[in-house]
Ligand binder design. Structure first.
Ligand code: MN
Length: 443
């Protein structure tokens, strides 16, 4: 169980003693307010805000956000007034807690109107202060981790809401660790049987894979050492949901999906990303058309890496991601990655600024259209730029999306209807043609 002592160890690494003192005051107050309140699991309620705060501490969020994490349920559950929070902890912390409490009141439903309204509220809260959504995601993550004690229908409702709203937002903000975990947890509650079956199959296949993984790992590591490139090489495990989605969307068998091996190479400098790439390409033959330079052209959520697929031993495809330590941090926690690394004027980092610009552009669309359904189309397509599907209670919807590089936002053409089956899948148009189509549709 999470304790304040444990949290303190993490906070001492980056907060000043006076900041730490304020966080402690917030903890004491929260502990007192939640006294006697229990979670469904039977644990004292304070264990929840503490766990949420720990997740935020791993992102090294600032003292105000940490205080808000600890206090995030006191208004909602214990009826503490905003005025009291202002008096005790200042206006900033109070408004973060207030923002979080307002998000709590949102009940996500399948109706388009309600969902659009909910997305709008989330985006507004984010636009005001991204920290609100970071704490909210931490809150949701802990609730999903402890969903076991809830009744089945509640599990499903919360999981669907997580898949539809929180997973895409986490992805868009580049919080990939959370994105993957939320997706995996939702999947396990929405499709427990499929999840169990896949888990068993992956476990069974792991033995056979180990030999191949070790072999690739050894040859890659020694080749990079010989080339004088300091690097950390790791094998990447696919998530069960990732396997499931690939099987479904690309109509592949389990073994076809699992037959692809994934590795990550983290090097010491920008230049060495490209040197490592050349070195790997001379070790194994690259597969044509598979190389992508997300360093020169980062993904919208800030993600940077070189991607390439090589033909490894036994002719198996081996996917590589090559990046620096800095890029790795962003790849794992996106907009939260550089929270501490603000410049002297305290201005936001580039990625945070771009996130703000993106939120603004969405909110502008909302103002212009005033139509919930259309706004929702924009939001969803924007949140799923790679044309993956959005879960809806009845069906899944595929949407291709066009991206305009360099402009910092994505242009999309709202598809009102499901595309016929034979048109779905990998046929999303990209580039100039799609851009023109998108523009036409926007007029
Ligand atoms: Mn909570």
């Amino acid at each position: 169980m999470a304790t304040f002592t444990h949290l303190t160890l993490k906070l001492e690494e980056y907060l000043t003693p006076s900041e730490l003192k304020k966080v402690k005051e917030a903890y004491r107050f929260s502990d007192e307010m939640h006294l006697g309140q229990m979670r469904k699991s039977g644990e004292p309620y304070i264990s929840h805000p503490l766990a949420v705060a720990e997740i935020c501490a791993d992102w090294k969020l600032d003292a105000q956000a940490m205080m808000a994490a600890l206090l995030h349920d006191v208004m909602e559950d214990q009826g503490v007034k905003k005025e009291e929070l202002i008096e005790r902890f200042g206006a900033q912390v109070a408004s973060l807690v207030d923002g979080l409490s307002k998000l709590d009141k949102i009940e996500f439903q399948s109706q388009i109107e309600a969902q659009a309204e909910n997305f709008r509220k989330m985006l507004l809260a984010m636009a005001r202060d991204v920290r609100v959504i970071l704490v909210k995601l931490a809150d949701r993550l802990h609730n999903m981790r402890t969903l076991g004690s809830m009744p089945p229908d509640k599990k499903r409702r919360i999981s669907r809401e997580t898949m539809e709203v929180y997973v895409p937002i986490a992805h868009r903000l580049g919080l990939n660790n959370i994105y993957r975990e939320l997706q995996e947890l939702s999947f396990s509650h929405l499709y427990p049987l499929r999840h169990r079956t896949l888990l068993k199959a992956v476990k069974a296949a792991r033995g056979n894979r180990r030999e191949v993984v070790t072999k690739i790992l050894e040859s890659v590591t020694s080749t990079l050492i010989a080339a004088g490139i300091p690097a950390q090489v790791d094998g990447r495990e696919k998530t069960l949901f990732g396997i499931y989605r690939k099987m479904r969307n690309k109509h592949l068998s389990f073994s076809q999906v699992l037959d692809v091996y994934g590795f990550r190479v983290v090097v010491d400098s920008f230049a060495n990303c490209y040197v490592a790439l050349g070195t790997l390409h001379s070790l194994f033959k690259p597969m044509p058309g598979k190389f992508k330079d997300y360093i020169a052209i980062p993904k919208l959520n800030g993600y940077q890496s070189l991607h390439t697929t090589l033909i490894g031993p036994y002719g198996t495809p081996v996917e590589f991601q090559i990046r620096t330590q800095d890029m790795h941090r962003v790849a794992e926690s996106g907009v939260a990655a550089h929270w501490l690394y603000k410049d002297d004027e305290g201005s936001l980092t580039d990625l945070q600024q771009r996130t703000h610009a993106w939120l603004q552009s969405l909110l502008d669309i909302q103002k212009q259209t005033g139509d919930s359904a259309e706004f929702l189309e924009h939001v969803k397509v924007d949140l799923f730029p790679d044309s993956v599907y959005v879960f809806t209670p009845k069906s899944k919807i595929h949407r291709p999306a066009a991206r305009r590089h360099g402009a910092g936002f994505c242009l999309q053409h709202p598809h009102r209807h499901r595309r016929p089956d034979h048109l779905r899948g990998d046929q999303s148009r990209t580039g100039a043609a799609a851009y023109r189509t998108a523009q036409r549709r926007h007029r």
